[in-house]
Design a protein around this ligand. Structure first.
Ligand SMILES: [Ca+2]
Length: 200
């Protein structure tokens, strides 16, 4: 399908490069560390206390996935060629594989304005079970989100961060400087955000 598009050869082609993205999940550091703790007798007083057993606290890194998809939901591999004027989706998703809620997840994604133009009011979100594959994510029930930051408030927004006119910075959750509603991700669930862009 991609090669057929290339053969038509009208207009300029752009490459879908999936890179400029960051995730900040408070309490979920990017590196994974285990912490081993033990309560011990501080001394003093008339009673000697036995030390507690060892308590190990593990942290897990939550993976953030970014995909480009065509309008039918087919994933476009990184580096795919797309045509000027074509509309595609970008999809971001975070999978909480743990047994506890991941609190205050923050995602920031900067659109490459020289290559893509955001399609207004195209932000949507869905929550599906952890481990859902690409087809199951796409088949989720998608709920519209507003572009605006604040009321009617929800968990995502897109604003113009400067440079060429037009919105280009998507944030999800309480990102500093562009804070939406706090995003908490329940145990065993996967949150996806998607939006459409037109290839310049
Ligand atoms: Ca919003």
């Amino acid at each position: 399908m991609l090669s057929r598009t290339l053969n038509r050869g009208s207009g300029s082609a752009a490459k879908v490069l999936i890179s400029a993205i960051s995730i900040l999940a408070l309490g979920w550091p990017l590196a994974s560390f285990a912490s081993i703790n033990q309560a011990v007798d501080p001394g003093g007083g008339g009673v000697t206390l036995n030390a507690s057993g060892l308590l190990t606290v593990n942290s897990v890194q939550l993976a953030l996935v970014k995909q480009a998809r065509d309008l039918s939901g087919t994933v476009l591999p990184n580096g795919s060629n797309v045509m000027s004027g074509q509309t595609i989706y970008f999809v971001l998703h975070v999978d909480n594989i743990t047994a506890v809620t991941a609190s205050d997840i923050r995602i920031s994604d900067l659109l490459n304005e020289s290559e893509f133009t955001y399609v207004p009011n195209s932000l949507e979100t869905t929550v599906v079970p952890s481990g859902s594959n690409g087809a199951a994510i796409w088949a989720g029930t998608w709920t519209a989100l507003t572009d605006v930051l604040g009321g009617p408030d929800d968990v995502a927004s897109i604003v113009d961060s400067g440079g060429p006119p037009g919105p280009d910075r998507i944030t999800v959750g309480g990102v500093s400087g562009q804070a939406n509603q706090t995003l908490n991700l329940p145990a065993g669930s996967l949150r996806a955000i998607r939006f459409r862009v037109r290839v310049n």
